[in-house]
Design a protein around this ligand. Structure first.
Ligand SMILES: C[S@@+](CC[C@H](N)C(=O)[O-])C[C@H]1O[C@@H](n2cnc3c(N)ncnc32)[C@H](O)[C@@H]1O
Length: 422
């Protein structure tokens, strides 16, 4: 006889694989048996209208090297969204709960940073040893995930109820509550924590908007010319923080909370509206002429990027390549290179169009690193990655073919006309 699957909490720690035989409960359960709640460690807590529910696994992430990082994870969403998020084997949450990466975490110990006060900004994160550019500074896991839509759809008391239950049930609720900023006022601690620290994350193929809270990452302050950048992997639900420049001992580690291509006025407005603070980073505090020069470059950068797309649409690929060269010069001057995201496929395709295969290859490789290299690719990145890999394989063939042709051309004897022209 086929052995009965063992479902539920109490399984060996990282065997929470969800199978159709052990359906994850998505609605409130009256059962008092933890085995029926798997993979959650508590029965889902739901409110109506909606219903909106909070799902908690208090022991996540399951890390092989644990330095008190098991904060747990609570997800506030609808049962329908939770099941679409969780049921498909390709789904990020499915994978996150069953297979957190174990192999690339050795950098964690000892961590290359410490948390200490920064005048005027509360706490901040400082390098305790030199971190060269392009290194992983930390990997942080989600502690709270809530749909952006839910606070607008239920009353204030219910918004708070789900947040409070979600935090209270975590493995280390105090780590989350300790992140409350000084927003205070009418907000309860859990609301304050989210307003001060949450990142917006579009999740799944449908790109449903979620607010995500990461405990370690929450101590990193914003700078408009940051020395680090973040990359989120949907597959592991992990945020990886990379050094964007060489960082010296004692230097503060900073990331950008807003898009780096905005001008100073636009950034000021976004930071105040979305994050509720007035930026005092080194660029915002720089002399007026320095700030004006940076703004001019960022404006030019945007104009160049829009210009490239326009020229590409008009199929004027040669002019578009000229603008690409100008754009990358601006990127270098303004040190925006690590913050460009998926920009690299555009120059790759343009160089391909004009027959510059070597440059096309260079930028395709760079775009693949963007999809893959920063972490474990999510479902959407996997599609882009496959496309880019196919194009790259064709490019390699074209380059080899072209080389062969050139070699043969050189071997051929020059044709000398010896006859007389009458
Ligand atoms: C995600 S938290 C960063 C850690 C925070 N400093 C702490 O003590 O926990 C965001 C808060 O830090 C402060 N902050 C971050 N970057 C700042 C900046 N560039 N200028 C001024 N305040 C900043 C603001 O109070 C903001 O609401």
């Amino acid at each position: 006889a086929t052995p009965q699957p063992i479902c539920g909490w109490g399984l060996p720690r990282n065997s929470l694989n969800h199978t159709p035989l052990c359906p994850a409960p998505f609605l409130s359960s009256s059962s008092s048996s933890p085995s029926t709640w798997s993979p959650w460690t508590h029965p889902p807590h739901c409110i109506s209208p909606g219903p909106w529910c909070v799902y908690t696994n208090a022991a996540l992430p399951f890390l092989p090297v644990s330095d008190n990082n098991n904060t747990g994870l609570s997800i506030i969403t609808t049962p329908e969204l939770a099941s679409t998020l969780f049921d498909l084997p390709s789904h990020p949450l499915h994978k996150a709960l069953s297979a957190l990466p174990a192999d690339n975490l050795t950098h964690r110990l000892p961590t290359p940073y410490e948390v200490r006060p920064v005048p005027g900004k509360g706490l901040g994160v400082f390098a305790t040893r030199r971190i060269p550019r392009g290194k992983v500074i930390l990997i942080d896991y989600l502690a709270l995930l809530a749909t952006v839509a839910y606070p607008g759809e239920v009353g204030r008391d219910k918004v708070r109820e789900l947040m409070q239950v979600g935090v209270e049930r975590l493995g280390a609720p105090e780590r989350v509550r300790g992140l409350a900023g000084s927003k205070g006022g009418k907000l309860v601690v859990e609301e304050d924590v989210l307003v001060t620290n949450a990142f917006e994350l579009p999740l799944g193929m449908e790109e449903v908007g979620y607010m995500g809270l990461f405990v370690e990452l929450s101590r990193i302050n914003h700078a408009c010319n940051p020395n680090a950048h973040v990359h989120f992997s949907e597959t592991t639900l992990a945020m990886t923080i990379w050094s964007a420049k060489d960082i010296e001992v004692g230097e503060e580690i900073t990331i950008s909370y807003s898009s780096t291509e905005l001008t100073s006025e636009e950034r000021k407005e976004t930071l105040l509206k979305q994050w509720g603070f007035k930026c005092t980073c080194s660029l915002c505090s720089a002399p007026q002429d320095v700030l004006a020069a940076s703004d001019a470059r960022r404006r030019e950068f945007r104009a160049a990027r829009d210009g490239i797309l326009q020229l590409a649409q008009e199929e004027d690929f040669h002019s578009a390549v000229e603008v690409v060269q100008k754009l990358f010069k601006l990127v270098e001057e303004e040190e925006l290179e690590p913050h460009l995201g998926d920009l690299y496929e555009i120059p790759a395709r343009l160089y391909y169009q004009v027959g510059d295969l070597e440059n096309a290859r260079k930028y395709f490789k760079r775009s693949m690193w963007e999809y893959y290299g920063w972490g474990v690719p999510g479902p959407k990145d996997q599609v882009s990655l496959q496309n880019a890999a196919q194009i790259l394989a064709r490019l390699e063939e074209d380059i080899a073919l072209r080389r062969e042709e050139q070699k043969n051309k050189k071997k051929r004897k020059p044709q000398v006309y010896l006859g007389k022209i009458n």
